[in-house]
Design a protein. Structure first.
Length: 171
């Protein structure tokens, strides 16, 4: 009796190929979404860090009865206070997007300077007062922008904003 030989194919069928491509596409979409979310979270955490430092310096000025200064270095992508220097995270810089108007509380004119605090610094006075101004952060790859702003008022306080087709106050 003769033996029957069966040939096995080592190639993909069309259905297997389509399923593989669909899974690969889903993985790519998830990776891009996750990367975008992480980069946006990075910008958000950078504005939160600056807000916390500014709040600390305001309280320190009140407790020590001495001016406290937060100095920005736009081109060095950093800011400093009390001998300490903080660098902005990779991909984040002081700046804005081309279509955004400011200041965030009443956006009426094109933003030409990413740091509007006088002398590119915030001086915190022992009375709790600081000069008005805004500092803008941008992540140009994501087209997202954030701002930390102090309006003119008898009692100074900072507000955080996120730009999403308009300035939104963050809690």
């Amino acid at each position: 009796m003769g033996k029957i030989r069966h040939k096995t194919q080592a190639a993909f069928t069309l259905v297997e190929l389509m399923v593989s491509l669909a899974l690969f596409s889903i993985l790519i979409v998830l990776a891009i979404t996750n990367t975008s979310f992480m980069q946006q979270s990075l910008v958000h955490s950078e504005i939160d860090k600056l807000y916390t430092i500014a709040h600390y310096l305001q309280r320190r000025a009140q407790l020590t009865h001495k001016d406290q200064v937060l100095q920005f270095d736009r081109y060095g992508r950093s800011y400093s206070f009390n001998g300490r220097k903080e660098l902005l995270a990779k991909g984040i810089e002081f700046g804005t997007l081309a279509t955004i108007k400011g200041p965030p509380s009443t956006p009426t004119h094109e933003i030409t300077n990413p740091i509007t605090f006088n002398g590119e610094r915030i001086t915190f006075k022992p009375q709790g007062i600081m000069q008005p101004g805004t500092v803008y952060f941008v992540h140009k790859e994501l087209n997202c922008a954030y701002a930390l702003s102090c309006a003119v008022a008898q009692v100074s306080f900072l507000r955080k904003y996120r730009y999403d087709k308009r300035w939104l106050l963050m809690e």
